[in-house]
Design a binder for this molecule. Structure first.
Ligand code: ATP
Length: 273
């Protein structure tokens, strides 16, 4: 339906302060904020502003969050959609959606277009699971390439796309003038995890025994999304016990629960791998 075409947020409140860790990625992506805020500074010297950047990294590591923060920092609207929305679509619908998206983005420029799971639509052409469905996906990909080529570099639109499968992407997407920048986003190390815990603890009522550093040490392999889950579960567990503050035991119980969920998810996923 038209209502689910894509999301548009005019006033984004997320900033780089909401994104913990990811220092290198933030440093690289800051340039895009500059392009959006002061395009003339770059084009006056004859430079061509990049049209897109690809954020590459595992699920839940903050790719969407970082893309949103770019919009928030630059004070521009944020259009978002997921590549997986294009799968199993009727003939022509995907391509029409892409055109519609770019039309609206042009009206709102400067702005960010964010395409999550771009691999769902951007798999290299001539490869993929279902015949038929595949042709339609290729149509959508082609229309995305056409739109990207069609707008001028000084139009004020920058496309950020996220993937955890850069290996399957059609090389046409990476040509100069398309997603010619690639920013890698890794799972956080212990320092990063501590920072992410601190961001998500900032609006929780904590008991004095809670230490972000200790929790970071106990959560190797956790992505930001899982750390956010731990914080939220800990709050719910403490509330259920009628506590007035969340203590370390609640975080322990929350971690067990989140790890349980992660294991279940892996069990469901693994037979297909
Ligand atoms: P996916 O590939 O599954 O779409 P993603 O990389 O886009 O995942 P996000 O959707 O940005 O991940 O992360 C989900 C949530 O996890 C965020 O909204 C945020 O609350 C939390 N989170 C993830 N990474 C970070 C981070 N580096 N700092 C703070 N919070 C984070």
């Amino acid at each position: 339906s038209r209502a689910t075409l894509f999301d548009a947020e005019n006033k984004v409140k997320i900033t780089f302060d909401d994104v913990a860790g990811l220092d290198e990625a933030k440093e690289e992506i800051k340039e895009i904020v500059e392009f959006l805020k002061q395009p003339k500074k770059f084009t006056d010297l004859g430079g061509k502003i990049p049209k897109g950047a690809l954020l590459i990294g595992p699920p839940g590591t903050g790719k969407t969050l970082l893309a949103k923060a770019v919009a928030g920092e630059a004070g521009v609207p944020f259009f978002s959609l997921s590549g997986s929305d294009f799968v199993e679509m009727f003939v022509g619908v995907g391509a029409a959606r892409v055109r519609d998206l770019f039309k609206q983005a042009k009206e709102k420029a400067p702005c960010i277009i964010f395409i999550d799971e771009i691999d769902a639509v951007g798999r290299s052409r001539g490869r993929g699971a279902m015949p038929g469905a595949n042709d339609e996906r290729e149509n959508t990909l082609n229309s995305l390439l056409v739109e990207m080529d069609g707008f001028a570099t000084d139009s004020g639109i920058i496309i950020l796309a996220a993937t955890n499968r850069p290996d399957v992407l059609d090389s046409a997407l990476m040509r100069p003038g398309r997603f010619d920048r690639q920013i890698s986003i890794d799972k956080p190390d212990i320092i990063g995890r501590e920072a992410i815990f601190k961001v998500h603890m900032s609006n929780l009522k904590l008991a004095p025994d809670v230490e972000a550093k200790k929790l970071a040490a106990q959560t190797p392999g956790f992505a930001g999304a899982e750390i956010m889950n731990v914080c939220n579960e800990a709050a719910l567990i403490a509330a259920r016990k009628n506590k007035h503050a969340i203590d370390m035991q609640d975080f322990q119980d929350a971690m067990d629960r989140v790890i349980g969920g992660m294991e279940k998810k892996n069990k469901i996923i693994s037979p297909h791998e």
